[in-house]
Design a binder for this molecule. Structure first.
Ligand code: ADP
Ligand code: MG
Length: 264
């Protein structure tokens, strides 16, 4: 199963990816984490990895090469800038060169690539590489892929969601985050992809959870689980410590149940 995590910037996407990776690992799954956020570089240390992998964008020939291939298709009048980044039809985790995949304790991580320079151009090539990589990624029966997307909805413009099995949205207690969840559900469904629902995050009180749930229900967004606001998570993220000991078993079980992956 390939599951992508999206939502508003700062809502907790990367945190939730790290927490879900813990939960899936405890289930005995080999978790392949795909860092598809071109801005933030925090995911590798949240996962307890010593270094980030080299970017898949480099494996596809570098940003300029990808941009040129996209432009060539565009000028030929092909609306969809689909491109083959690798010759083979399928990519298994074993086939990825070791510098491009960091492994640690039953998990591994790959990354599309980051923006490093001002005026280097837009992030479209990253979106295309993410989509094509996910399309070709062939999972073994015991493997599961978790994709940490960039904030907002730009990835929908590149069709990244069409390469995954489930879309999950992280929602923090704010109106912007709630309305974005509604939009993400709409964009997912109209892309012909499967929208699983929302994980509420940073919940401080019962009332807050009830209000958030009511507003999401009004929009038709299913609720998968609710994670409390945690001082421990906050300080781990401030100090740069891995999130290996979270989430609480009850919340993890809720999420797994919603994904029909029993933790029992
Ligand atoms: N459940 C939580 N409790 C407390 N702080 C949280 C929680 N989830 C996320 N955060 C904090 O919110 C900030 C943004 O989280 P992050 O996962 O980086 O968001 P995103 O990937 O959506 O931009 C982080 O500094 C993290 O400490
Ligand atoms: Mg993030």
């Amino acid at each position: 199963m390939k599951i992508c995590i999206c939502g508003k910037g700062g809502s907790g996407k990367s945190t939730v990816v790290a927490l879900l990776a813990n939960a899936f690992q405890k289930l005995g799954k080999k978790v392949i984490i795909v860092d598809a956020d071109e801005s933030n570089a925090s995911l590798y240390w949240m996962l307890g990895m010593e270094r980030p992998p080299l970017p898949l964008l480099d494996l596809a020939g570098g940003k300029k090469a990808v941009q040129q291939k996209m432009l060539a298709r565009f000028t030929k009048g092909e609306t969809e800038p689909a491109m083959s980044i690798w010759a083979r039809d399928q990519i298994t985790s074993e086939a990825i060169p070791s510098e491009y995949i960091v492994q640690k304790e039953g998990r591994c991580m790959v990354a599309t690539g980051k923006i490093h320079q001002s005026l280097e151009g837009c992030a479209c090539p990253m979106g295309v590489v993410t989509r094509e990589f996910l399309k070709k990624l062939s999972l073994a029966p015991n493997e599961l892929a978790l994709i940490d997307l960039d904030a907002g909805i730009e990835h929908f413009g590149r069709g990244v969601e069409t390469s995954v099995d489930q879309v999950i949205c992280v929602v923090e207690p704010s109106l912007e985050s709630i309305s974005l969840a509604g939009k993400i559900m709409y964009l997912t469904l109209t892309a012909g992809a499967s929208f699983k629902g929302a994980i509420l995050n940073k919940i401080s009180t019962v009332e807050e959870k009830a209000l958030l749930s009511a507003k999401l229900t009004e929009l038709g967004v299913p609720i998968l689980a609710a994670l409390p606001h945690s001082k421990n998570i906050q300080s781990a993220c401030l100090e740069g410590r891995p999130l290996n000991d979270f989430p609480a078993p009850a919340e993890a079980a809720d999420i797994l149940k919603a994904l029909q992956l029993s933790g029992d």
